[in-house]
Design a protein around this ligand. Structure first.
Ligand SMILES: [Fe+2]
Ligand SMILES: [Fe+2]
Length: 399
């Protein structure tokens, strides 16, 4: 039987205290995983500076990403309307048969459990767990748990406290554009800044690209970070030369490999979170994943809304038939950026200055040959890109 933790909360924002609690309970109880579930907040309860649910969800995903045993569910958010814990547990039991659930509650909520709607059913479906916070009364938790246990209810109170982190304090600091100093995971802090959540961001005079660069710095190794800056420069240069949008090309270049240094398991989790299935060919080619997952990450987690940029990122490894100008610019820039040193790079650069199509043709040819040499599968989009470019060159020659 699987053992899973359920940790619900408004997570506005999720912070290091939440993550510490999830990880320490997971370890102490030998859980297979812990599901973080941001709760829906009814309109009348929304505070003035509350982050919209999509932001609370995205921050949970960012916080969970480095931890293989943390997952995020949007079950309560998509259900809309008030959710009772008992309804959520019933839904989870249907979705995850053969699972023992462990319900996590904060120390303050634990001692109110008996007042929860259909408490007896909750206690029947889950083991009730909590962790004392520094400075809270552990004895009160233990005696409440002991009373529950005499009624045959299964409980667990962790013996050691976790750090006390206040969401209010985080929101106040964010509003004043003050550093959050580890109160939230770094990726969450960047997200709060990027979206100007909690009233902050007014004095943040960095441009969006500067904010993206700060994010890349924490997600990519030295080599890939340098590569991304070089591709951005090259994409901007090619955009100018061929009449594409220079700004968009620069941003697409910065972001194209954003998940390239993220491990495969986390990448697959991102796809699973958004219900995206990989084809068999894609499953067999982990080198392609970062383009697909990068697009999904940028769209749903960093909130990039520009379709041109998103599609350019998505197709930068495989190409496809009918690529837009920006897609072609990024595809070629990834081959010709200043950091590239492969054998034919000078020929590729020469072609890129002649025409994007000539460089594309060379690049796709190179990619397909390389895959064939290695006995690997060729993505159908790459074949389609190849045919498309050859046919359009033929048409041009016949004109
Ligand atoms: Fe890439
Ligand atoms: Fe790249």
């Amino acid at each position: 039987m699987r053992k899973m933790g359920l940790f619900g909360g408004t997570f506005d924002p999720i912070h290091s205290g939440h993550i510490e609690m999830a990880l320490c309970l997971a370890e102490a109880l030998a859980l297979d995983s812990v599901m973080l579930m941001p709760t829906f907040v009814p309109p009348h309860k929304i505070r003035e500076q509350m982050a919209p649910s999509e932001h609370r969800l995205a921050m949970c995903r960012l916080a969970a990403q480095p931890h293989a045993n943390l997952t995020v569910s949007d079950l309560e958010l998509t259900r809309q309307g008030a959710s009772f814990t008992v309804d959520t547990l019933e839904a989870l039991q249907r979705l995850y048969p053969d699972t023992q659930w462990y319900l996590f509650t904060g120390a303050d909520m634990f001692c109110t459990l008996r007042t929860w709607y259909r408490f007896a059913d909750i206690a029947h479906m889950a083991v009730l767990c909590t962790v004392p916070r520094e400075g809270t009364d552990t004895a009160a938790l233990l005696s409440y748990a002991a009373a529950l246990e005499t009624d045959g209810i299964r409980c667990y109170v962790h013996p050691k406290p976790v750090q006390t982190v206040s969401s209010t304090q985080i929101r106040t600091l964010a509003a004043a554009d003050q550093p959050l100093n580890g109160l939230v995971p770094e990726a969450v802090e960047q997200y709060i800044r990027l979206h100007g959540l909690y009233g902050g961001g007014e004095s943040d005079c960095r441009t969006r690209n500067e904010q993206f660069i700060a994010i890349l710095r924490t997600r990519l190794g030295e080599y890939r970070f340098h590569h991304s800056l070089c591709v951005a420069e090259e994409a901007a240069r090619l955009a100018e030369k061929y009449g594409a949008d220079r700004e968009k090309a620069y941003t697409a270049g910065l972001l194209h490999d954003i998940l390239k240094d993220t491990d495969g398991k986390s990448q697959l989790q991102i796809l699973a979170d958004f219900g995206i299935l990989l084809s068999e060919v894609e499953q067999s080619s982990p080198a392609l994943w970062h383009a697909r997952t990068g697009e999904v990450f940028l769209r749903h987690i960093l909130g990039v809304a520009d379709e041109d940029i998103l599609q350019a990122v998505r197709y930068h490894t495989t190409g496809r038939a009918g690529m837009s100008l920006l897609e072609r610019v990024l595809f070629v820039a990834d081959f010709t950026s200043a950091d590239r040193t492969y054998e034919d790079v000078e020929e590729m650069r020469r072609l890129a200055d002649l025409s994007l199509e000539a460089a594309m043709c060379y690049g796709i040819d190179y990619t397909i040959r390389d895959l064939l040499d290695k006995g690997r599968t060729v993505h159908p989009d790459t074949v389609a890109a190849y045919n498309d470019i050859v046919l359009s060159e033929e048409r041009r020659a016949n004109e």
